[in-house]
Write a protein that binds this ligand. Structure first.
Ligand SMILES: [Zn+2]
Length: 452
């Protein structure tokens, strides 16, 4: 049993921020949570600033971190960016992927991320040649998360075609494919994961998975059955070109194709959901399908602005992810959900700070299949993230309402302490498991690009 004394802690949207909170931790779970204690009890670790539940990064492709700052020359679109990403994907072997992922997950831990949803499609060797261990790269990602001290949901991704018309995979895409859904499911059946990891499934998109295979995936996941089961994620309508091709092929929007395939529901998370019709939003909301917004990637790739408020009003729970890791900062992702709406309709106040923080904590963990995380409450997983309130960004905050200062002005650099499943991973802004995170990033990224 250990104990913390948080100067201030956010105990969820209903309770809000309370002061002098004693947080007891028993192994990997919270024990009693006692607010209103004026001074740290003997033996309790003092957490200055504002302490939050663990942040969930609900959408990640770890190796994309190696693209940061390297895709901004000249003009272009999502599709020209994708050429650069494929160039990188073609170079990585398991060791290089492992090293980049370890450093990237360590960067996430420093930013307060306690769980990542890794949308994983780089399965096989060059040309699609299988590794001796068919889940080699998945295991490397799981190991990388352990080394960085965070939990992972490995969203193993079905990727079968290069276009919505079902054209075969080519070039670097050959590494992503398992031939058909049975091939994918057979490989996944051999996956054995340790306690910090969970398996989920993903369909890359309607571009990469034909409608009949989407229906087979929905059946594999038991989406028409009980609420329990693996989470299923899918990229949805990130680009107008995807919608146009899908309408041409099926006479349906991508959302309609997913809905008719049964690939909707509370265990399903649609990633991006940027370009939707009114009927699409209704279908997602009515089926309780979740939506993961990735605003820093969506602006980086000139994707567009997702209809966040309308989706939430329709019934979709929102979460956030850093996706391509143009930056890794969940405060920036969360506030962008509100600030992008302001740019679109010239009004303020679509989401308050606690709604945005819920997306980055409890809702994100639920979307990744960890419903017992993302809250500071007895019995929940003992994740804590402490944000300083005396930095140049946060100093001068309103004592009566500190949450907006954090959600609208703090950055990942303001995170001082991170506890994951009861274990201290970051102390005083320093990662305790990866000694020099910037060096790990620099070395692993240089090594990845040096490969041919
Ligand atoms: Zn993505």
């Amino acid at each position: 049993m250990s104990a913390y004394w948080a100067e201030r802690a956010w105990l969820g949207a209903d309770t809000g921020v309370v002061t002098g909170v004693v947080v007891e931790v028993d192994a990997d779970r919270f024990g009693a949570i006692t607010p209103g204690v004026a001074r740290p009890p003997a033996g309790a670790v003092r957490l200055a600033g504002l302490t939050l539940p663990g942040l969930a990064n609900a959408h990640s492709h770890a190796f994309h971190r190696a693209l940061r700052g390297r895709t901004h020359a000249g003009k272009g679109t999502f599709w020209t960016w994708r050429e650069r990403m494929y160039d990188l994907a073609g170079r990585l072997d398991p060791d290089a992927l492992h090293a980049v992922a370890r450093a990237t997950f360590a960067e996430m831990a420093l930013a307060g991320v306690t769980c990542v949803g890794e949308f994983h499609y780089l399965h096989h060797g060059p040309g699609g040649v299988r590794y001796a261990e068919p889940n080699e790269t998945g295991y490397r990602l799981v190991a990388a998360a352990a080394e960085a001290g965070i939990r992972i949901t490995l969203l193993d991704t079905v990727f079968l075609a290069s276009t919505v018309d079902g054209a075969p995979l080519e070039g670097p895409q050959l590494r992503f494919g398992d031939g058909d859904l049975d091939g994918w499911a057979g490989r996944l059946a051999g996956l054995r994961l340790p306690a910090h990891a969970r398996a989920g499934a993903a369909a890359h998109s309607v571009r990469a998975v034909p409608a009949d295979a989407l229906a087979d995936l929905a059946e594999w996941a038991g989406l028409s059955g009980p609420a329990e089961g693996p989470p299923v994620h899918v990229h949805l309508s990130e680009q107008r070109a995807e919608n146009d091709a899908c309408l041409k092929r099926y006479g349906r929007t991508p959302t309609q194709v997913l809905d008719e395939a049964g690939l909707t529901g509370p265990r399903v998370t649609a990633v991006h959901a940027t370009h939707l019709t009114d009927d699409d939003r209704t279908a997602l909301g009515d089926s309780d399908t979740r939506v993961c917004l990735c605003p820093t990637t969506e602006r980086d790739l000139a994707d567009g602005i997702g209809p966040a408020r309308a989706l939430a009003d329709a019934g979709s729970a929102l979460c956030v992810g850093s996706d391509s890791h143009a930056v890794i900062d969940l405060f920036e992702e969360a506030r962008a959900v509100e600030l992008d709406e302001r740019l679109r309709d010239e009004h303020r106040g679509h989401f308050d700070a606690s709604e945005l923080l819920d997306a980055a904590t409890a809702a994100g963990h639920a979307a990744l299949g960890w419903p017992d995380a993302g809250v500071i409450a007895p019995g929940a997983r003992a994740d804590l993230v402490t944000v300083r309130l005396d930095s140049v960004r946060t100093a001068g905050f309103d004592e009566s309402a500190p949450l907006p200062a954090v959600v609208f002005a703090a950055t990942a650099a303001d995170v001082t302490h991170v506890v994951v499943d009861g274990r201290v991973v970051v102390r005083d802004g320093r990662h305790l498991l990866v000694e020099d995170v910037p060096r790990a990033l620099a070395d692993s990224i240089a090594a990845a690009w040096a490969r041919s």
